[in-house]
Design a protein around this ligand. Structure first.
Ligand code: NAP
Length: 671
């Protein structure tokens, strides 16, 4: 393969680094694959471009418009994925490893796109939680909101997943409305550059939204401000260096760190040899050692088993490892490729040497070499019989196909050993006993970002110990960096500022584009069910006539539905309850009468009732009372040309104007 010259993408132009470039070798053959460098870039100008051009353009778009962009980017990656697989082999990755990186990366964008359209409003301010009443008269309220940061997200990525690692950060960043400058790890930068190029060529992003540094970041960090975010993935040493950068400290620049992690997997005390959980544990440890040649931040580095089962665990893992076929990842039948570089292999060997002082190698030969210049390494299983006397096994991260097995005495000991990693990204527990799981979650939850409890019922559909998912939080406390990425919409808010707004409900309603309790409720001549979404104003309200609810209504409803609960049917028993003064109308009857009062029956823009949320019955309605309804447009969101959703705030009052019930009604409407 002819060596590639990697380019930077700065201020919407592709530019080659000045001066001599750094050559990047193939993980498989050792031959030069690409040359890279970023000398000569004006990093301050790149930041300014993102702030002055990219940010404003992204912030003009609504969450839904940005979400559609993510989908287009993911489609572009998928349409050209074979080009990426070709380049991925040279990083040492098998087709399966490449699938996690390339299609897993695109999948993450798809997921953020769909969550953005389903869970975020089709507007630009995100409401956080419910309105807080702050005054007796209701004229002064509080509402938390998120708005996009007005700076740049600087993404500094690790070498192991050049595509996924870039896209899992870009999804939430772009959805939040923040431009990004991506700096991939050099060792595999040719793959990151190719994926980045595909996104630029898809031509769906506004100018200034994305830039790319193919080399060092120069003086970039010197020019950061309070509106910027650094999202870093890599080693603890680099994270600490960057986090203590004087500008980052002085400006309180948000710093998201995803660092190394001594992840644990625990065989439950109940999971003896012969149980399905024992086999699942062995399979998972081997899988985590060999997928991506163990170069996963979430890989199982410490595998713990009851002391009496440790020999059986060792034997079963060694037997499985013996079946692993290592070699050129392009070759048929190869199940484990190479490490990313010879340097990486050297550092794994050094880590194994350090671990060997307190643990012994029981499978694999760390010194075995292949003669073709590739960075191959056999999977290495170590065993420590004295895990409390071997601090290195809880501290040294061999970032390769290496894991250490160790015994535990009882469940408390297992919990303490798992927590001895001082903060991890992922923990897995193999047990069929829910009491074991409960003790583990309480004892270890605070130390781990994600915990997977696996047993015979969930194994088949499990996504595995090592897979971060776009909908779940990725990150962990302490040693793992204390950062959090993804987790669905939580990840988007990492690139936004939360602000507590205070003011009059009407004022805040206009700002957040959602009707808030206490805001105006204008009425009009047209029934709101006759209006399309585009014609409905936020706050527009229908006030219905009232109707009396009789004892016959309650009787009829009870016998018609079968709901003859005493509170509706037995005057004495109802009176004896601490809540009611006598027989009361069914809540469901009240809801049904409410619909009867507000519905406009003819076919029109309202297509269907899709749900009801936050229902609260506040005051009992007694036979002889009357009820009326106020139906208010709370928020609206167009999904596509055919449909959208309207959320209505419904309040039901009695003849004394006391609130009987409140809820949100959801309808699907024509836009
Ligand atoms: P690394 O050496 O710390 O490098 C990480 C990134 O930082 C690379 O892009 C690197 O660029 C950049 N970098 C290094 N020094 C820098 C500086 N002074 N200023 C700006 N950028 C700088 O880590 P790595 O070896 O690539 O990755 C392996 C480590 O990452 C392992 O410890 C692993 O556990 C961890 N990791 C964690 C996660 C997670 O999600 N928690 C995921 C994957 C990996 P260059 O490559 O150009 O030096």
């Amino acid at each position: 393969m002819k060596p590639l010259t990697l380019l930077n993408y700065a201020r919407d132009q592709w530019v080659q680094g000045a001066g001599s470039l750094v050559e990047l070798p193939s993980a498989v053959t050792g031959e030069v694959v690409a040359a890279t460098g970023s000398s000569g870039l004006d990093f301050k100008a790149m930041l300014d471009h993102a702030r002055n051009v990219g940010g404003p353009a992204l912030r003009k778009l609504t969450f839904h418009e940005r979400a559609w962009m993510l989908k287009a980017l993911a489609n572009a990656i998928m349409a050209r994925k074979e080009e990426l697989y070709e380049l991925s082999y040279e990083t040492g990755a098998t087709r399966t490893d490449g699938w996690i990186d390339i299609e897993g990366g695109a999948g993450t964008l798809f997921s953020f796109s769909s969550k953005g359209r389903r869970e975020l409003p089709n507007s630009r301010v995100l409401i956080d939680g419910a309105m807080e009443p702050l005054s007796r008269g209701g004229t002064f309220v509080g509402q938390h909101v998120y708005t996009p940061l007005q700076g740049v997200a600087v993404h500094i990525n690790a070498f192991n997943f050049p595509v996924w690692g870039m896209l899992e950060k870009l999804g939430p960043t772009l959805l939040a409305g923040v431009p990004a400058i991506v700096k991939p790890a050099s060792a595999t930068a040719w793959l990151a550059e190719a994926a980045f190029r595909i996104m630029i060529e898809a031509d769906v992003l506004p100018q200034g939204a994305l830039q790319f540094i193919a080399g060092s970041t120069g003086d970039l960090l010197d020019h950061l401000t309070l509106q910027d975010v650094v999202s870093f993935t890599g080693s603890a040493a680099t994270a600490m260096k960057l986090q203590s950068h004087p500008v980052i400290a002085r400006e309180s620049v948000r710093f998201i760190a995803e660092r190394d992690s001594l992840n644990a997997s625990v065989l439950g005390p109940d999971a003896a040899p012969g149980t399905p959980e024992f086999d699942l544990f062995v399979k998972e440890v081997v899988r985590e050692m060999t997928v991506k040649a163990g170069q996963k931040c979430t890989a199982i580095r410490r595998a713990m088993a009851p002391a009496e089962h440790l020999d059986a665990v060792q034997q079963a893992i060694a037997d499985r490892l013996a079946r692993v076929k290592i070699g050129n990842p392009r070759e048929e039948g190869v199940t484990m490729g190479a490490l990313a570089s010879q340097d990486q292999r050297d550092s794994v060997r050094a880590a194994v040497a350090e671990l060997s002082r307190s643990a012994r190698v029981v499978a694999g030969d760390p010194d075995r070499s292949w003669g073709n210049g590739g960075a191959f390494l056999e999977p290495i299983l170590l065993r420590s019989d004295d895990p409390w006397g071997s601090p290195a096994i809880h501290d040294v991260e061999p970032f390769g196909p290496v894991s250490t097995i160790m015994p535990y005495k009882d469940l408390d000991d297992a919990v303490a050993l798992a927590n001895r990693g001082m903060g991890s990204l992922a923990l897995s527990l193999f047990t069929y006993d829910n009491r074991v799981a409960e003790d583990f979650v309480l004892g270890a939850g605070a130390y781990h970002g994600r915990m997977m409890i696996l047993d015979r019922t969930s194994a088949k559909e499990s996504t595995g110990h090592g897979s971060p998912l776009p909908v779940l939080v990725h990150g962990g406390p302490g040693r793992a960096g204390g950062g959090e990425e993804m987790g669905g919409i939580r990840g988007v808010t990492h690139y936004m500022q939360r602000t507590a707004l205070q003011g009059a409900p009407e004022m805040l309603s206009k700002v957040v584009k959602q009707w808030l309790p206490g805001a105006d409720k204008p009425t009009g001549d047209t029934h709101p069910f006759r209006l399309r979404i585009s014609e409905l104003d936020i706050g527009y309200t229908l006030k219905t006539a009232s109707r009396t609810v009789t004892l016959e209504d309650v009787e009829h409803f009870a016998h018609f539905t079968g709901d003859t609960f005493y509170a509706h049917m037995d005057e004495e028993a109802a009176k004896a309850s601490p809540i009611f003064e006598g027989r009361v109308a069914h809540g469901y009857l009240i809801l049904s009468f409410a619909a009867g009062l507000f519905v406009e029956p003819a076919p029109g823009p309202v297509l269907a009732n899709t749900g009801l949320e936050n229902l609260r019955f506040q005051t009992p309605l007694y036979p002889g009372d009357s009820m009326r309804v106020e139906l208010t447009v709370k928020s609206k969101s167009v999904r596509d040309e055919e449909r959208g959703e309207v959320r209505w705030a419904v309040s039901i009052f009695n003849q004394k104007d006391e609130v009987v019930a409140t809820y949100d009604l959801l309808t699907m409407n024509r836009p």
